[in-house]
Each structure stands twice: as C-alpha cells, then as structure tokens.
Ligand binder design. Structure first.
Ligand code: IVH
Length: 731
C-alpha cells in the first residue's frame, strides 16, 4: 500500500511544480503531452485508490457542479481600498505626507512600486498550507465565498510549498489574461452571445458564475500582493517571534496585531518560522519574496524604490510598457516598504496612509462622431457602431468604435455629429464613452435604432430579456454571408479557399442561397467565375477568372462531405453551440436524425449540455426550413453520422460490482435521481450498511447508517464527492 501512496505524492508534487512553471513563470520544463501523461497517471491511481484522494490534489481543481448561490463570509480584517494619485504632483504630495507622518524630515522613504492589476480583489485563506477558502471583497467587511471558483484558477496553488503551519490570508487580484479575453470574446461572438467590454468585466462576470468549470475554461488567473493573519490570543512564550512578525503586518496596528496573534494562535509556529518568518524581516519586499517561495503567484515586475524619484520613473516607464504585458494594468500601487513604518502611519477609515494608487493617464481622446451605422452578424444581430473622424489614441489611429447596443446609445444620448469621448479599454476594441454635451450642434437629433434590418430590410425583433435586435429573416444576405463564412471556416467544414470575396460573389450571382447550394456548385461554374481581387494596396485590381483556384474549391467542398458529424453540427451555426458542445452532442447522439429528434431531456443528459444549449438545439430542429436544409445536405451526400468512438461504454459499467447506500437528504439530488445514476452505471443500491458496502452517500440529517459506515470503515461520500465519482467514471 505504501507504494501507490508514494507515487501519488510524487506525482502531485511534480504536477504542482510543473503547474507553477507553466502558469506562474510562463516557462514550462516539459511538453503539454508529458504534463498530461503525469496528470492522467495521477487520475488513474486516484480512481484506483479513491480513499487516497485529497482535496488539494491537482485533480480536484474542478470538483463538483455549479453551486447554489454564494454564501456571505466575513473578512478577518477589512479589505481597504486605495487613495489615488493622477499625476507627479499628487505622488509628491503623498511622499510628503508619508515623510511628515514618519518624522523623517527630508530623508527619502523606501517604497515598493507594484503594477496595479485590473481585476477583482480576492482573499485566499490557507490553513496549514492548504487552500481552504476564497472570498471576494464584497463591501470590504463581508464578501462572497467563491472557494469552488478559486480552486479552478490554476495559478492559485491548492497547497503551498514548505507547508507553513497556522491560518493566514493572502490577498490579491483575480484577472483574465488578455489573450484569454480575446479568445473568449471571439467564441462568444461566433456563438451569437454578447461580448464582454473588457477583461475586468469578463473576470468579474466569470467569478460570479456558479459553475467552476466555466472558471477553468476561461482561464482566469491571479496575482497576490499581501499577507494577513487572523486574530487570536498569544501565549507569552512566543512573544519574541510574534514581535518579529508584528513588523510584517500589512496595514495599520489592527492588522499588525492580527499578525502577531496568529503565529501564536496556530499553536505551531515552527513551520512558519522555518519558512522564513523567524528572521526579523521588516519589509514588504521580503514578504513578497516569501509569498513567491511558497509557490504563490507574485507579479514579477515590482520594484524596490529608494525614494519617490524612483517611483516616478517606474510610473513613467509602465505608462507605455504596459501595452506589452499579458494582462491589463490601470496603474501602479506604491507602498511603504518598511512594515514598522506602515504601522506607525496607520489607516484612515477607507485607505491606508502608507500606500497610494497612481492611475495611468486614460487612453482617451475626443473626436467627431460622423455617423452611426449598423452591422449585421451571423445570428442576425444588428449592432450599431460609430464611424469616427480618425484620431490617434495610445499609438494607433482609430476610425471606428463600438457603441454596444441601442439601449446604451439611448441611455448616454449619443448622437450623430456629436463630439465624443472615446477610450481604448485595455487596448481592445475602442468604445464611445460619452458625448461632450457642450459641443453638441444645435440641430442635432436623437438617434433611433432602425426597426428594419440594415442588410435586408426585414423587421427586427428583440427577446424580452435581451438588448440585441435581430433580423429574423433566415435568408437575409448579411446573415447568409456570415453564415457561409462560418460554415466554411477551418474549425467548421474546413473548406479552404471559400473566403469572404468568393462568398460575396456566389451570393451576388444567386448561385448560393443556403449551405446546401454549395454542394451543387460545379467545377465549370467556379472555374469561369470572374473575381476582382480586393487588394487595397494594388491599383491594378484586374478582373480575372478563378480557374484552378475554382477547381480547388470544388474539390474542397467535395472533401467536406466526409467530415465528421461534429463539424457539421458546429457549422450549422446553431446559437450557443460552440465547437466543444457540437462535438459532445455528435459523439453522444451519433446521428443528425437522433439530434433533431431528441427531446430536451435527452439533450440535457449529454455531458456539459445545459438548458440553454438544449433549448437552442430544439428550437433549431423545430424550424421546418432548418429540417429542409438538413435534408438537402443529406441528399447532397454530406455525412450525417458520427465517426468518433461512442462515449466509453465501459463508463456505463463503471459502478458494476459496487454497492451504494444512500442516507440523509442530499443537497440537490433526490434519492431517485441518485439511485438512477448508480444503477445506470451498473451499481447496486442497498438499504443497509455492511462490510460489503462500497460507499455510503451522506446527506443532511443522516442517522445510524452513517454511524454504521464509520464503525465499519466504509467510505462515505458527500453529494459533491459522489458527483465527482460519476464524472470520473465518464472520462
Ligand atoms: S494593495 C490596503 N496592490 O486595487 C489596500 N492592490 O484601488 C491593499 N489592486 O482593492 C491593496 N493591484 O483590488 C494592492 N499590486 C496591488 C494591486 C492592488 C490591484 C487593487 C485591489 C484594491 C484596489 C484599490
């Protein structure tokens, strides 16, 4: 028995190490495949020895299912906010206040300047080195318990290196890397979902999401910058080391006392001391180094400044250099490095006196809003955008900006002809912030959202709970154009050569009115098609026949007939169906016919398919013209069946030979549902606990069965653990 345990521990340690190399240092030592192999070995071992699964195992990042709302939790010490400085003068004034408060006269104060991460603040509690809680800032005193989501953030270690004893809190910022943000918005756009304004909103929205799997999928990340310890009574024998720690406190005397007491409260300070807390460290910079040693993600560009001049230089440098970072930063946080001095300076009701936030000059500009136009997307969404007099903002010329939606324009009363403030939010798509009312022309008129589609003139409609106006006409040329582009795109039917300009031609000439028409195109038609390549830089855009290119496109179209069903399901552009959902649905339901005929419940029984996706597939299948389109594709010889291996049939027998006992009330499942899940996988449900029982699933108010299980040493599972077992059986 000792062997698997050793291997488990070794694997976990290796995986943690590589997660840190990859997610925190951006410097992996092994390939993704090698990493996956380690993780897979760990998963298999844990499946074999479920008793040895620990909550901090790397396999447990996304355990369980969406949780019901968030519980409110109290912070050990208030999560304060920061005072702001907007220019050099205000920074100098801050320095002046600090020096005055410290009684230092003209002597320079040592600061640490850190990048201000543009995300949402988070408080992480570690107990004897293990992550036990994650909470949002909330109102500063009470926040939301978002532990399940925090556990799904891969940069946050579930257990710390050198496992320091005692309980303490680490504070930091959760953020969404720019690349993840852009990818996520591209996917949302492709699926006809509204895009997020900036990475901060996206991160905040994701953290509020009740499904931890979503957090993992969107690749949230985090940085930490502060250590806080909870209150308790110090026994006298530890007063000396407590004094040493006192100086480490982040914040005024209240927090300093928390630090002092905690070491003591933990009862065993040895680990904390061994981890570097025994020395008389008195600096914030040392504490950051210590957090990093424990394996926590500390943003690496922080700078020890010997006085305010260095701080000003740091702020100047990063006002520009921040563009190359992989995350958004909206300023610099300047903190007094000497923790004892911090203690002396203390806090006001809202802010610490020992820190301030320098805000980078906003990347804003004024320009004229020439016109408001409407763009038509693949799902028929008619989205207004602004055509601007070109203006330079943060190094690039802007001539268009997003206006979000009609409601937003109405609320801000943005009008054509207005001078408007535009902003590059996190260097993504520029947006119109507001009109400058004092510069509004006298004859200006309120802008009204058109009631007809910008492309085809059909009536626009809007769902009650949505802000987006959509064109309902399925053969709207703009929709068709976008839909065809999507249909042919690489991750859909992968028809090379069928790009924007060719699609335009085919529609204009009336050769293609739906996806099905693509399969009727002949080599002769395409070879002889005359295109004028749209090359903006060439003034010699000579019309020419497509020739060989056309022949290739026909070959590509022909080849796409054999595509797997998953590609077709995705290519159809059904709302809310991304690449992954399409693949799972195709793999589980096997044929197009089965998908179109599946009742909502059957669709929802497919892993990861929720009510929204299921309803969307149903709505698609219920439209007669969609059915006709599928029939046309089938008649053209397009493959309608999955070529992927069916979902592991073995998983269905995953519980065979296992006996479960259910006791108490489970939080979300009824007894019947739990029984069905077990029996579906070949397991048995029994009414009484014996030595032969494999697991007892325990809910609220469990009675003698739980006692009996404990007595006999039978493994007990919470509903969450039971669900994990089911998920593992399926993978
Ligand atoms: S220190 C006592 N350091 O900015 C205040 N905050 O505007 C401790 N933030 O609520 C905060 N990066 O959420 C600190 N390097 C950094 C930060 C940072 C981002 C956030 C934090 C805070 C907000 C204040």
């Amino acid at each position: 028995m000792s062997q698997p345990l050793e291997r488990l521990q070794e694997l976990r340690q290796q995986i943690r190490h590589h997660e840190e190399r990859y997610y925190i240092h951006n410097a992996p030592e092994i390939s993704d495949e090698e990493f996956d192999r380690l993780l897979h070995e760990l998963e298999q071992l844990e499946a074999e020895y479920p008793d040895l699964v620990t909550p901090d195992s790397p396999t447990q990042r996304v355990a369980g299912r969406p949780i019901e709302g968030f519980e409110t939790v109290e912070h050990v010490a208030p999560m304060l906010s920061l005072d702001n400085a907007y220019n050099d003068e205000e920074l100098l004034a801050f320095d002046e206040r600090v020096r005055k408060g410290a009684g230092l006269g003209d002597a320079p104060v040592a600061y640490v300047a850190e990048l201000k991460i543009d995300g949402l603040s988070i408080a992480l509690t570690y107990e004897n080195g293990r992550l036990v809680r994650g909470a949002t800032r909330g109102d500063g005193t009470r926040g939301e318990n978002v532990t399940a989501n925090v556990r799904a953030i891969k940069t946050i270690p579930l257990s710390l290196r050198d496992s320091p004893a005692g309980t303490f809190e680490v504070r930091g910022e959760v953020y969404l890397p720019r690349a993840s943000f852009e990818r996520m918005n591209r996917e949302r756009d492709a699926e006809g979902e509204p895009v997020f304004m900036n990475p901060r909103n996206a991160a905040a929205g994701t953290m509020r999401n009740l499904d931890p799997a979503m957090v993992a999928k969107r690749r949230l990340s985090a940085f930490v910058y502060q250590l806080v310890l909870p209150p308790n009574q110090p026994p006298p024998r530890l007063r000396r080391s407590a004094e040493a720690l006192r100086a480490k406190a982040e914040g005024g005397s209240h927090e300093a006392n928390l630090v002092k007491s905690n070491l003591v409260a933990s009862g065993s300070d040895s680990n904390l001391l061994a981890s570097g807390f025994s020395r008389k460290e008195t600096r914030h910079s040392d504490m950051l180094a210590q957090l990093a040693k424990w394996g926590l993600p500390v943003e690496r560009h922080y700078c020890k400044c010997s006085g305010i001049t260095d701080v000003l230089e740091f702020c100047r440098k990063w006002a520009d250099a921040r563009r190359d970072l992989e995350f958004d930063t909206d300023g610099v946080v300047i903190k007094v490095d000497d923790l004892a001095l911090r203690d002396r300076l203390g806090t006001t009701a809202k802010f610490p006196r020992w820190a301030t936030a320098f805000k980078f000059p906003a990347q804003q500009a004024h320009t004229k809003l020439l016109a408001i136009r409407v763009n038509v997307g693949r799902t028929g969404a008619n989205t207004p955008y602004a055509v601007l007099e070109p203006v330079l903002v943060a190094g690039s010329t802007i001539s268009m900006a997003t206006l979000h939606n009609a409601e937003d324009i109405e609320r801000k009363d943005i009008r054509e002809g207005d001078t408007v403030v535009i902003e590059k939010a996190g260097d993504v798509i520029p947006r119109v912030v507001a009109p400058v009312l004092s510069l509004r022309p006298e004859d200006s008129r309120k802008w009204e959202m058109p009631t007809e589609c910008a492309a085809c003139g059909s009536d626009l409609a809007r769902d009650e709970d949505e802000v987006v106006w959509r064109c309902e006409n399925t053969s709207c040329p703009a929709r068709l154009r976008r839909s065809l582009e999507h249909f042919a795109s690489r991750s859909a039917m992968n028809i090379e050569g069928l790009g924007e300009s060719l699609v335009d031609q085919l529609i204009e000439l009336g050769l293609v009115r739906d996806f099905g028409d693509l399969y009727a195109l002949t080599t002769a038609e395409l070879e002889n098609l005359v295109v004028t390549p749209r090359e903006p830089r060439s003034d010699r855009a000579v019309p020419r026949k497509l020739g060989k290119v056309g022949r290739n496109v026909v070959e590509q179209i022909d080849r796409s007939r054999k595509n797997d069903l998953s590609r077709l399901v995705y290519a159809l552009g059904i709302r809310h169906i991304g690449e992954k959902a399409a693949a799972t649905i195709a793999r589980h339901l096997r044929t197009m016919e089965a998908i179109l005929d599946a009742p909502i419940e059957r669709l929802q029984a497919v892993p990861d398919v929720g009510p929204v996706v299921a309803a969307s597939v149903r709505a698609f299948a219920d439209e007669t013209h969609n059915r006709a389109l599928i029939a046309k594709l089938a008649a053209a010889g397009v493959n309608m069946a999955s070529q992927q291996p069916p979902p592991d049939v073995a998983a269905l027998g995953a519980f065979s030979g296992k006996t479960f006992v259910l006791t108490g009330t489970l939080p979300t499942m009824t007894r019947e549902e739990a029984t069905a899940e077990i029996e579906r996988r070949g397991g048995k449900v029994s009414g009484s606990v014996s030595r032969k029982t494999s697991y007892v699933v325990v809910g609220a108010d469990a009675g003698t069965k739980l006692e009996k299980a404990r007595e006999l040493g039978v493994q007990t599972l919470t509903e969450e653990e039971f669900r994990t077992l089911i998920i593992k059986a399926a993978s």
